[in-house]
Design a protein around this ligand. Structure first.
Ligand code: APR
Length: 320
């Protein structure tokens, strides 16, 4: 009998700005079929139909289906979790903890039940903590729960460096580790412009300003848009992770993963460079950090550990 190889399936929970934009990129680039799920009746269905109606113009045959039912995420290779609230002006990512924690706990129960073999990408903020909830509740191996943060922060850092030096973004390699929040750790020794360390190309005061702008990257956009947070670059960052996983490219992309002693950090999701392939997390790349960078990373990790303790108090044993 002829076996028909079906296209891969990616499910996206939350059909808001980040979820729908990620879905659009996947479908338009022909990467996978998509299921877009939202709690608001009709939103996912409407956006899916709108995306499909561009097919004849753009020439894609991949499919997207909007739904409110978790049954439809069955057989997904990847599940992206963007459900929940985004930051409003004056709100820190951590203010979102309780609100989004409850939503993500519920999403995680459903992912465990309906897509038990999937690789989960956490996007909802506070992302490192929501990744922890997804990992705890699904019970998946740490290789299959990965947070999106470092890819976005590194891209913002790279963009600002390209703007500062009037150099193509394709010449810039940048690396941001640590929590996806105010305590991110941009690594100057591992950031280069056409292979030249940034410190040799950009004066120290300008570099400090760029690092600060990167730290405030999310807030800068909230401040401008007022009733929405960033979504084009977050969707692109999420897409790059999915693409490395589905095409088994083994790209090294800074992502939030559950550390078990790497970088001297235990029991917390923290952004580190990881190799991503079709098994999800393939390897944590351990870089020789300077003493100052190690200290910053540990500080970032201890803020995340405090968040995890707060989650444990909120949700006790994370059971239904
Ligand atoms: N199940 C499914 N979808 C839900 C649920 C739920 N329990 N609760 C909320 N949603 C949906 C909302 O209906 C909305 O469509 O999640 C979507 C969130 O979309 P937006 O408000 O547009 O937020 P967005 O900008 O996409 O950001 C989503 O990603 O980058 C982070 O900080 C950001 O935490 C935020 C998340």
């Amino acid at each position: 009998m002829r076996t028909v190889k079906k296209r891969r399936k990616v499910s996206i929970i939350g059909a808001g700005n980040v979820g729908a934009t990620t879905a659009q990129k996947i479908v338009e680039n022909g990467l996978a079929d998509v299921v877009l799920l939202d709690i608001r009746d009709g939103v996912a269905q409407g956006k899916a139909l709108d995306i499909l109606e561009a097919g004849p113009l753009l020439g894609f045959d991949t499919r997207i289906r909007g739904t409110g039912r978790y049954e439809d995420i069955a057989d997904s290779s990847v599940v992206v979790v963007t459900a929940g609230f985004s930051r409003k002006p004056g709100m820190s990512r951590d203010d979102l903890l309780t609100k989004n924690g409850e939503i993500i706990r519920d999403v995680a129960f459903n992912v465990r039940k309906f897509a038990p073999d999937s690789i989960v990408i956490a996007v909802t903020n506070p992302m490192d903590l929501m990744a922890y909830v997804l990992w705890r509740v699904t019970g998946f191996a740490r290789e299959r729960v990965i947070g999106m943060g470092g890819a976005l922060d590194s891209s913002r850092f790279a963009y600002f460096l390209s703007e500062e030096t009037r150099t193509s973004v394709s010449n810039i390699q940048s690396l941001v580790m640590g929590g996806h929040g105010d305590q991110m750790v941009p690594l100057l020794d591992f950031s280069t412009i056409a292979g030249v360390p940034v410190r040799k190309m950009v004066p120290a005061d300008r570099l400090a300003a760029i690092v600060q702008r990167t730290r405030d990257g999310g807030a800068e956009i909230v401040h401008l848009m007022k009733d929405s947070s960033a979504y084009f670059a977050p969707a692109a960052a999420t897409y790059s992770m999915i693409e490395s996983i589905l095409h088994d490219r083994h790209r090294i992309i800074p992502s939030s993963v559950f550390l078990q002693g790497e970088y001297g950090i235990k029991e917390a999701f923290v952004g580190v460079p990881v190799r991503l392939g079709n098994q999800g997390l393939e390897e944590i790349v351990e870089l020789p950090l300077s003493e100052d960078e190690s200290r910053q990373l540990r500080n970032s990790a201890s803020a995340i550990s405090e968040g995890i303790d707060a989650l444990k108090r909120l949700f006790h044993d994370f059971s239904e």
